[in-house]
Design a protein around this ligand. Sequence first.
Ligand code: ZN
Length: 432
Amino acid sequence: MSSTTETRLLQEIDARRDALAALCADLIRIPTLNPPGTNYREICEFLAKRLEAAGFSVELIRAEGAPADSEQHPRWNLVARHEGTAPGECVHFNSHHDVVEVGHGWTVDPFGGEVRDGRVYGRGACDMKGGLAASVIAAEAFITACPNYRGAIEISATADEESGGYGGVAYLAEKGYFDPARVQHVIIPEPLNKDRICLGHRGVWWAEIETKGRIAHGSMPFLGDCAVRHMGAVIAEMEETLFPALMERRTEMPVVPEGARNATLNINAIHGGEPEQDKDYTGLPAPCVPDRCQITIDRRFLIEEELDNVKAEITALMERVRAARPGFDYEIRDLFEVQPTMTDRDAPIVQSVERAIRQVMAKDPDFVVSPGTYDQKHIDRIGKLKNCIAYGPGILDLAHQPDEWVGIDDMADSAKVMALTLAELLAAERRE
Ligand SMILES: [Zn+2]
């Protein structure tokens, strides 16, 4: 890419600064709340109109039969493709269009798209309508500045990332939209900060553990068998042996924040005995020995760990408790699992974005790995596409918070990085 092309591209983005803020605000004004999944069709149609005007061909795809898809709340996705003037590779920007619930504590209208003091405010501003807007502006600027490029640009806006991505990227990946023959490079503009490249995420295993007992009258607990006490023994064993072992296990993955560089376990919930009564119930509880107790565990594992071993470690722990407690019985039920993934530092998309960040921000990027998962898991596992990163504007800590915002400068800078990346990967004249 020549330096005149670069200068031209950066000017094109600067000229679109207000348009970028306006686009982000317009996207925020379409409340795509998930759950339940509102206005998915509306946001896809809004983007379709915009991208068609820029010369994209657009498909609206409903994830029919996906979890949560219904006539009332259909799971709509958009895939838009712009062809260059010669064959080449395809760079795909994937953003989720859903946002999480509003919650309390807002001082601005969460769906007002207010632009003030260099920021755009609203639910989804940083996670991730700001990143989606930046990728649209980057593509529009690139197409204007470099009309004769090789290959293709794709932009997708997908449903349900916040609830697992099954009505969005997972569905599209199943249908072949992320087939490496069709798409070669993927950027997911999640809010990881404009100077950081996110290579992947840790693994996840969710499971429910149940201890079993025998119900009896609470005044004669010796006639029953208390499942909650059995669970107490399980948690004590975790404190004694498992948590210290996990603290010892460190990954080579550059996970942020630092604390997530360990293997971790969270006990998400515990339930035992009589179910909770409604708030308006004014009576007393009944005296019973609990015959069931359940915990839900959220185990995040490292690329150095094997999922089979992660599961076997819990079974071994349960067996140690069994050996020490007469009558102890339990069950473990798998709920959800995701393998860890980390894109190679030498992958072409990583290298291109790295160079672009140096150019735009005059600094080396930080390489990070996310403590939790995002849609890269589906692109990796179902799509079999490894050349994928998350890169986008916004401060991750603001995601899902009240008064969520994204900085206009941050969006513009990351749009520049995206546009320079397009220029490098889709250049008409390949660099030697
Ligand atoms: Zn997100």
